[in-house]
Write a protein that binds this ligand. Structure first.
Ligand code: ADP
Ligand code: MG
Length: 226
């Protein structure tokens, strides 16, 4: 489904962020990208959503070469990939419900569809009781669940989550990881970048380890080893 074909990414002349990375992800997989800070995890995810361009190599999403898509096709690709980042960028003047509705509206969804889908999505992430609350009224874990709900609003085929538990305490971390697992079990492919050892070791899913821009390990039911 996703194929990073011999990817090298340089920032400027000297910063080699990814060095000849080849990685295939099948539909329905839950893949964790692990590695120290600076290993290249975020760069790999940014390349997939065309936020950065590879210096060499190609990235395929199904049959599309991501970086030769015409610019008018890019929004369609991006809607198939839901993105959850650590700094969530929720709209502070909008309620939980409005935060989700807004992204659907921007994507051209009608009011009827929005009114139908938003409660379903908030129910899935366990936030039905926070519908009309504003972001500042939520805990860190709840905010992160809103961010996941927002990523789900386009019914994406893939969710990429870059250190989604970075700011959370252990309890909230487990809730978020449990939620990602549940979303994966419902059929969505997950790409999770994290350096949280506990999370990785308990997940028992595929682990791809990056070090200095290279894949040094790729294991089914992997452990965090660096
Ligand atoms: N926009 C940028 N310009 C220059 N260097 C960058 C940029 N983004 C990332 N880097 C560098 O590329 C390397 C990989 O970064 P990153 O992909 O963010 O790693 P990770 O997410 O694993 O911490 C790091 O050395 C980082 O400093
Ligand atoms: Mg990163």
């Amino acid at each position: 489904m996703i194929f990073f074909d011999n990817i090298t990414k340089m920032y400027g002349q000297n910063m080699l962020a990814l060095d000849n990375v080849t990685l295939r992800v099948k539909q329905g997989e839950f893949v964790s990208l692990v590695g120290r800070s600076g290993a290249g995890k975020s760069t790999l995810l940014k390349l997939l959503i065309a936020e950065e361009r590879p210096t060499f190599g190609k990235i395929f999403f199904e049959n599309d070469d991501v970086h030769s898509l015409r610019s008018n096709r890019l929004p369609f690709l991006r809607r198939r990939i839901g993105v959850v980042f650590q700094d969530l960028k929720l709209l502070s003047m909008k309620t939980v419900k409005e935060n989700i509705g807004f992204v659907m509206e921007v994507a051209g969804k009608g009011k009827e569809e929005i009114d139908r889908d938003v409660p379903q999505i908030l129910d899935l992430v366990g936030l039905s009781s926070k519908f009309d609350n504003f972001p500042h009224e939520l805990s860190g874990g709840e905010k992160q669940r809103v961010a996941i709900a927002r990523a789900l609003a386009h019914r994406p085929d893939v969710i990429i989550a870059d250190e989604p538990t970075g700011n959370l305490d252990p309890l909230n971390t487990w809730e978020i990881i449990g939620l990602l697992t549940k979303i994966n079990e419902l059929g969505t492919t997950i790409l999770l970048a994290t350096h949280d050892k506990e999370v990785i070791n308990s997940l028992e899913r595929r682990v791809v380890s990056l070090d200095n821009g290279k894949i040094i390990r790729d294991e089914e039911k992997g452990k965090y080893v660096l």
